[in-house]
Write a protein that binds this ligand. Structure first.
Ligand SMILES: Nc1ncnc2c1ncn2[C@@H]1O[C@H](COP(=O)(O)OP(=O)(O)OP(=O)(O)O)[C@@H](O)[C@H]1O
Length: 606
């Protein structure tokens, strides 16, 4: 129940919807009940003996059936049977019309509430995911997150608001029907109320298992989205490795399992309806036998018309009862999805306390690493690393694969936080520096050029959406990208496809460089591409990078000898430790790891 109310809190302000909804639903219920209750006067108008009619005014206003009889009989006596029939029909018709008008507007209100919940919940989820720290995504399946935001939320809003609708509406309808039933025959209604809980018990037995199945199904769906995402983003590799049939098979297996679960759930869900229908008819039969006997024996004051009306209403009473039980079966699916959604909302960023609130604007002196260690799990990936990145200088990171270069670089924009030791920015501890301000002065140019399915213009202006066309063009010129951009179909407005598929490797890199040029950050983090480009493209990229690095403080994961040679400081990382540091010639002279790396020609001679 706690889950339910938490989910419902996303429909805030609920009072905005609740009061008008309640009012409309009460009106709709009254008129809906009236039009069935009017069956009795209709039948008596048709079948009553037309002689010696006397209309008796009922004693209490609560005796509605008595009032109906009184009014129709009065009409019958005063205007004749035909006119009375016309009046009754008109009353039924108006009542149906009014009930439907109120029902329609109540549904509109509920729809607004549904949309509001969906909007709020999805926004909260997405905002929350975007605020999580980078390591969170390490342990998460992307598909699972997508499934939660895209589909679970939909299930939640549907089932939660639907239950709300049923919970608000059907009890009123139930009470209204019961009220009329009691008005027709107290004895018979008392008898039937005793049999009602039986059907509720049988149905609850059927739906109990649904929640666990629903949860499993949603998790499977998340898995399927994950496979789909991996398959689509890795399509080139999959085809290249002739792995299409294996991937198809894996997806198919997942699809089968998901469908199987869906089938089991549907079977169980669908069992609810026929069972409750059968139980309903069973109860009506029992009533017909019992009540019919009362009528035949002339016991009690039940007329034939009242008895038929009674049966008509009683068969209707099963509908709200059925809707209630069905919505309880559906709420299980909703709650299972709700728990998955709330699980994500409750996930807290691991290092919230290290966000810091001192805003930095520029680097005046240096970024200092003082005995910094870091571990993703247990094993130290960085071990007591100390060095300075001085303003205006270029520091190159070199070392074998897995040495910890990218990890070290991720520490600077505070994507991850040191396990021990301290990083400081102009003497201010990183834990006090606001991540946002820090990131606003850091430009990142990555190996896997992250581009979005948008125009070239918008991709370059990503960090600076208010940049003018001229500024964008200038940046592209510095990044040696302007010429090829002009050759594309729509120039700067050309769409580059998913992750930039329509561009070559070198072109993608130059767009990323243009993006950094436009951002014009004082500090630059650069991961030099390892993928080989042709000589021409290589030259253009390298030239663009050189221009980008001019007059900036840069930390580079270097793969090119030319970059390394130019660096003010080279940091040789090995198994998480700074094995050597110095300039190119100092390190060559040492004849340590660095000179061996150079000997092995691990660097590109660009
Ligand atoms: N997100 C992660 N979760 C867990 N372990 C990680 C993660 N990223 C890297 N590692 C591990 O940390 C170690 C250092 O990795 P890192 O990527 O920093 O090395 P690198 O020097 O940049 O390597 P390369 O030159 O191959 O990119 C490796 O052993 C790697 O397995």
């Amino acid at each position: 129940m706690h889950t339910y109310f938490r989910l419902l809190s996303y429909a805030r302000p609920i009072s905005k919807y609740a009061f008008p909804y309640l009012l409309l639903i009460i009106l709709a219920t009254i008129f809906n009940t009236l039009n069935i209750a009017l069956l009795a006067p209709l039948l008596s108008t048709l079948f009553e003996e037309q002689q010696n009619l006397t209309a008796i005014k009922p004693d209490s206003w609560l005796d509605i059936m008595g009032w109906f009889d009184y009014l129709t009989l009065s009409a019958n006596i005063n205007f004749g049977a035909q006119k009375a029939l016309k009046w009754t029909c008109l009353a039924i018709l108006s009542s149906v019309l009014l009930s439907n008008i109120f029902k329609y507007f109540s549904q509109r209100i509920m729809e607004n509430l549904r949309i509001q919940t969906l909007l709020n919940l999805r926004k909260t989820l997405f905002d929350h995911v975007m605020n999580m720290d980078m390591l969170y995504f390490n342990d998460q399946r992307k598909g699972n997150i997508i499934a939660k935001i895209a589909s679970d939320v939909q299930v939640v809003q549907f089932s939660v608001t639907n239950t709300l609708q049923v919970l608000f509406k059907e009890p009123f309808q139930l009470i209204a029907y019961l009220f009329v039933l009691f008005a027709i025959s107290f004895k018979l209604t008392l008898f039937s109320i005793l049999v009602l809980p039986l059907s509720a018990w049988v149905i609850s037995k059927i739906v109990r298992k649904l929640k666990a199945q629903a949860k499993e199904a949603q998790e499977r769906f998340g898995m399927m989205i994950s496979y789909l995402d991996e398959a689509l983003s890795g399509i080139r590799i999959i085809k290249g490795f002739n792995a299409t049939s294996r991937i198809k098979d894996r997806f198919h297996q997942e699809n089968i399992q998901y469908s199987e679960l869906g089938r089991k759930m549907a079977y169980r869900q669908q069992l609810g309806s026929p069972v409750s229908e059968f139980l309903g008819v069973l109860m009506v039969t029992i009533l017909v036998l019992y009540g019919g006997n009362l009528v035949i024996q002339g016991q009690g004051d039940l007329s034939a018309a009242a008895f038929i009306t009674y049966i008509a209403i009683f068969s209707q009473i099963m509908r709200p009862a059925k809707a209630l039980t069905e919505s309880f079966s559906m709420i299980n699916t909703g709650l299972a999805a709700g728990e998955r959604v709330l699980e994500l909302i409750d996930e807290k960023p691991k290092h919230e306390e290290l966000q810091g609130n001192i805003a930095v604007k520029e680097l005046k002196d240096k970024i200092r690493f003082n005995q910094v260690s870091f571990a993703y799990q247990k094993e130290l990936v960085l071990n007591n690393v100390s060095f300075d990145i001085e303003r205006g200088k270029t520091v190159a990171l070199v070392g074998p694969s897995g040495a910890g270069k990218s990890t070290l670089m991720d520490l600077i924009p505070k994507f991850i936080h040191p396990l021990s030791g301290e990083i400081s920015f102009d003497g201010i501890s990183f834990s006090n520096v606001s991540s946002e301000s820090l990131r606003s002065i850091i430009g990142i140019v990555n190996q896997d050029s992250i581009l979005f399915n948008d125009s070239i213009k918008n991709n370059i202006a990503f960090a600076n959406p208010n940049a003018s066309e001229n500024q964008i063009m200038e940046a592209a010129k510095i990044a040696n990208a302007h010429d090829f951009i002009m050759e594309t179909e729509n120039g700067y407005d050309t769409n580059i496809g998913d992750r930039g598929v329509k561009l070559s490797g070198g072109q993608k890199q130059r767009i990323c460089i243009a993006r950094a040029v436009l951002m014009n950050p004082p500090v630059l983090l650069l991961d030099e591409a390892t993928s080989s480009l042709d000589a021409e493209s290589e030259y253009l990229v390298q030239d663009a990078l050189n221009k980008l690095m001019e007059n900036r403080t840069s930390l580079i994961i270097a793969h090119r000898l030319s970059t390394i040679q130019k660096a003010d400081l080279i940091l040789v990382l090995d198994q998480g430790k700074v094995a050597e540091q110095g300039t190119h010639f100092e390190l060559l002279f040492k004849e340590g790891i660095y000179s061996r790396l150079i000997d092995k020609q691990q660097f590109k001679k660009a």
